[in-house]
Design a protein around this ligand. Structure first.
Ligand SMILES: C[S@@+](CC[C@H](N)C(=O)[O-])C[C@H]1O[C@@H](n2cnc3c(N)ncnc32)[C@H](O)[C@@H]1O
Length: 342
């Protein structure tokens, strides 16, 4: 089969920008249909919910970048602090031709620290960012300007479908990075299923680098998801604008407010949008009419926090061998390097 046929059989179209940069996008109608279907499914549940992957339209991705720079959002600067400390104990498992696959790469800012490491011993660097947001078009172009020897294939799709592509790609060594504690959006059962999925994508010699947020004082956690400038509130509310724009909805944003709290028993930050009054909303392209009671909540995100023994248990039970666990000096966050247990 030609590579074009393989791409189409996986549901992708390739857009070549130049010899070092191309994008793979799923065939359009499929992804649009699933946005309407998934929104409709989530908002018919009790309690109503919206999957956090829908936060990231262009505006949502921009707002997330702003969140990363907030003083309260310790996660980004802490992960960067750990990435900057990686050295020989990280690279000792690398072949000369290891390539970087990144799940939920976003702006690819932290990626630069990993690319710098690869750049120090490779003539040609290969990078496959996988992100549901179109932001990767812009971030890939910016990376290309700064790294002459970088070859990028950006996959604009969900983690799962991107991994399916990688699994069918070739036999080269992969470093799969999943940064930003994005894994924390999965429920414990979904998380284990996802780790199995990553493990089954990996070959002997492949590596998995994951950033996870640790359990800590409630105030630090709640401030990180409810900042004093209200940027996280804008980020949360933006998902309603996105539904209005793309699915012809009529949410009145002034009738909803951001709410974030730490659930100690479940070890997770829970984010909601609260309806400030009794109201009705229609989403025409999803054939949906909704009624909200005063104070009714839409659940928009969970962000799980972990202990180190829990992280070890999750990875061991999904067939991973842990090589290293690095922490920041305040023990707020970890980066874990693992490979597939043979
Ligand atoms: C919390 S941000 C993290 C961005 C970056 N990795 C960092 O650490 O700052 C999550 C990123 O994952 C992407 N994303 C969220 N859910 C996704 C999914 N199900 N499939 C693919 N990408 C997803 C978003 O578009 C966003 O860029």
């Amino acid at each position: 089969m030609s590579s074009k046929t393989v791409l189409r059989s996986l549901g992708y179209e390739r857009y070549v920008i130049d010899s070092k940069l191309s994008y793979l996008k799923p065939i359009q109608t499929k992804s649009h249909q699933s946005f309407a279907d998934e929104i409709s499914h989530g908002l018919k549940q009790e309690p109503k919910s919206i999957n956090p992957k829908f936060f990231y339209d262009e505006k949502g991705s921009e707002l997330f970048e702003k969140i990363c720079r907030l003083p309260e959002y310790y996660l980004t600067r802490t992960e960067i602090e750990i990435l900057k400390k990686l050295n020989k104990d990280f690279t000792e498992h690398f072949s000369d031709e290891i390539r970087l696959i990144e799940l939920g790469s976003g702006s690819s800012n932290k990626t630069r620290l990993l690319l710098d490491i690869l750049d120090s011993f490779q003539d040609k660097i290969e990078y496959f960012p996988i992100d549901i947001s179109e932001i990767i078009k812009e971030s890939s172009k910016e990376l290309q300007e700064d790294y002459d020897n970088l070859h990028i294939t950006s996959i604009i799709d969900t983690y799962e479908r991107g991994l399916e592509f990688i699994k069918n790609f070739d036999s080269g060594q992969n470093l799969i990075a999943f940064l930003g504690s994005s894994f924390g959006n999965f429920s414990p059962a979904e998380g284990l299923e996802f780790l199995h999925k990553i493990n089954s994508t990996m070959k002997e010699g492949d590596l998995f680098l994951i950033g996870l947020d640790l359990i800590k004082e409630k105030k630090i956690l709640e401030d990180a998801y409810d900042d004093s400038q209200g940027v996280t509130a804008q980020f949360n509310l933006n998902v309603l604008s996105r539904i209005n724009n793309e699915l012809d909805g009529d949410f009145d944003l002034s009738n909803f407010v951001h709410h974030a709290k730490y659930n100690e028993e479940k070890q997770r930050i829970e984010m909601y949008l609260r309806s400030v009054e009794k109201q009705s909303v229609s989403i025409h392209k999803a054939n949906l009419s909704l009624n909200f009671e005063k104070d009714e909540l839409i659940h928009t995100e969970n962000s799980y926090k972990y202990s180190i023994p829990q992280i070890k248990q999750m990875l061991h039970s999904t067939n991973f061998k842990i090589h290293n666990i690095w922490q920041d000096q305040n023990q707020h966050y970890v980066l874990v390097l693992a490979s597939k247990l043979e």
